[in-house]
Design a binder for this molecule. Structure first.
Ligand code: MF3
Ligand code: CO
Ligand code: CO
Length: 274
């Protein structure tokens, strides 16, 4: 049985019960989401051929520091960076390093700032230099998959409706949906109930109610869906080495739909970022 609880009454733990947040909570989540969206906006100017993912990560750390925000990934389960940077066939959880980006690379940068205890989790794709046609198409399909999922996020629908909308669109474009990672409830905790699968059937899963807050973050591959995690324990890559892309928004369910906490303040939700 699925249970829901007023977040104010809930223990600060993931006990599987779904927390429902109020108007003030939504305001806090919006502030955290907007700070994350603002740094993702800024990164669009920084990401050019020759820059390293370590430099991107330092910019994310510094911007957080200037705005009294701590990156949630820093020292999270042994992770030691302020962002995840996932290039080309890396699906997610790429670790920033000193290797320069090259013309034609595609990269996802995933940031979660904690502001006044509230998490703001979002990621976007960036094109390094001039994109290749196939990469551009994958990035477009992935963004549209996320937005189809968000359109299905409203009271009365279920988490399965979100997954089905994403899967139907992505597979209709001859791409595949990664099964090994999912969206998640979020709030004062980084990862909370429920899981948001990016595939599934309409009507399955958990009923969506006003006050629920979670991420949708589909990982879409040009080739097959299968992934493996490298020996560093984090970096997930496509088994067939095909390109992978991801976008992530954090949303809250409202009476008549949803509020996107991580919208770009400058309209830079997807490339090209002009
Ligand atoms: N930000 C990622 C997410 O969307 C989680 C990264 S956890 C880390 O849920 F430890 F890899 F950073
Ligand atoms: Co997330
Ligand atoms: Co994220």
């Amino acid at each position: 049985m699925v249970r829901y609880i007023d977040a104010a009454e809930a223990p600060m733990a993931n006990d599987g019960v779904i927390k429902l947040y109020n108007k003030d909570d939504f305001a806090g989540l919006q502030r955290a989401g907007q700070l994350t969206a603002t740094v993702l906006d800024k990164l669009a100017d920084l990401i050019v051929p020759g820059i390293t993912t370590e430099e991107i990560d330092r910019a994310v750390y510094a911007f957080g520091l200037e705005h009294d925000a701590v990156p949630a990934t820093l020292y999270y389960r042994g992770y030691t960076k302020s962002s995840c940077t996932s290039i080309n066939h890396v699906v997610c959880h790429g670790i920033p390093n000193e290797k320069p980006l090259r013309d034609g690379d595609i990269i996802n940068v995933d940031v979660t700032y904690v502001v006044d205890g509230w998490h703001g989790d979002s990621s976007r794709m960036y094109m390094v230099g001039t994109p290749k046609r196939a990469a551009e198409r994958l990035v477009d399909v992935t963004y549209e998959s996320l937005m189809r999922g968000i359109e299905a996020a409203r009271p009365g629908n279920t988490t399965g409706d979100i997954g089905a909308a994403i899967q139907t669109f992505a597979e209709g474009e001859r791409c595949s949906v990664v099964r090994d990672f999912c969206g998640h409830g979020i709030g004062r905790l980084f990862h909370d109930a429920p899981n948001i699968l990016h595939y599934g059937r309409p009507g399955e899963g958990v009923e969506l109610r006003p006050g629920m807050v979670f991420t949708i973050e589909p990982m879409i591959n040009l080739g097959r869906a299968h992934v493996k995690v490298l020996s560093d324990g984090w970096t997930a890559v496509t088994r067939d080495r095909s390109l992978s892309a991801q976008f992530e928004h954090m949303i809250g369910i409202t009476e008549d739909g949803c509020q996107i906490f991580t919208q770009s303040p400058s309209g830079r939700n997807k490339p090209p970022y002009v």
